[in-house]
Design a protein around this ligand. Sequence first.
Ligand code: JHZ
Length: 384
Amino acid sequence: MADALVAPGDWGGEERFPLEVAFCVGCSLVQLLEELPPQRLFVDNYLYFSSFSDDVQSHSSAHAEELVTRRGLDGGDLVVEIASNDGYLLRHFASRGVRVLGIDPAPDQAAAAEAAGIPTLREFFGPEVAARLRHGGERAEVVIAKNVMAHVPDLNGFVAAMATLLADDGEIHVENPYVVQLIANREFDTIYHEHLCYFSCTAVAALARRNGLWLNDVVEFPRLHGGTLRWVLGPHHRPSEAVGRFLEAEREGGVTAFDHYAGFADEVARTSAELRSVLTSLRSEGARIAGYGAAAKGSTLLNAVGIDTDLVSFVVDRNRHKHGLCMPGTHQPIRDPSALLEERPDYVLLLAWNFKEEIMLQQQPYLDGGGRFIVPVPSPQVVS
Ligand code: JHZ
């Protein structure tokens, strides 16, 4: 499991599960063939705190600003976020006087949100929670679901539940990495058990229609998490020009047909072999290599490519909840980023490549001292 960080030496209890991805010719959805229980993924083994990225913070604040201004939201309106984590987004609505409710089953993250004044339901969101809230008189002007729709086993139930909770003229904002960029940039390490689905606009439009909603807008954030789209869904058919443009581009680009995905496994195998050979030859020349980012995608990459502690000796991460633990499967110890200046490894494998600019800016002293980063995807590249 990609987020199941492990205590040093505690290797005996580690489990491995098959990971296969498939394309549905019926609805164009790219999806995993196996599911693990959400409780194990997002409650028992989950140390992800959204607030550790400045880029995510500024993206969230801009999102709140746009919605509050355009819709004129105030204390009479409710904004609900599903998978609200540590309150990284809702706090920007709350500080503007809007009523908020977070929903997240991850205990430590929900506690952090509550401590920041964000009321949080500690539950998995679904039809039952939505019906209960609606029965209690709650309807949301805006429902937000960032990087969570891919996590849900009952996808139709989840979307129908968002519709249940929505006010008559409300908006649903869903964000997820865009499958087109995943394929184009070979972001294979973002495929792991937490992510059951990989969305195109075609798949989201079909999903919305199956659940009484319309896809009304598409907004692109090409740098966020390797390429993110925001899909705006609503109960009325009011499509922006972007909706038609994206759907047409996907048809023309073949995104709705299996051939588009057929060569992906071979490309991933090539990138993996290339990365292994870069690391192996640097090590054989005596270079010392560390990793940056104890991310879920990081453990996926380390395990998929077979990067053990001989190749990459330790990993650093800003999230203090991860310090003292080790990467699952490959067992690199996780340390504070200050270890890069203490140990001065010759190279740092950038496992959190989605935050390349932000991390390289923070690590200017390491770079100034001659340090170099290796960016693994789409194909390994050394940057200094
Ligand atoms: P990051 C998680 O995936 C989990 P992960 C989840 N499956 C999901 O959908 C996505 O997020 C959105 C650290 N960091 O965000 C923080 C620094 O140390 O790419 C994180 O541990 N310094 C729910 O885990 C990691 O890197 C920094 O300056 O792949 C990045 O993880 C920054 C910016 C981050 O997500």
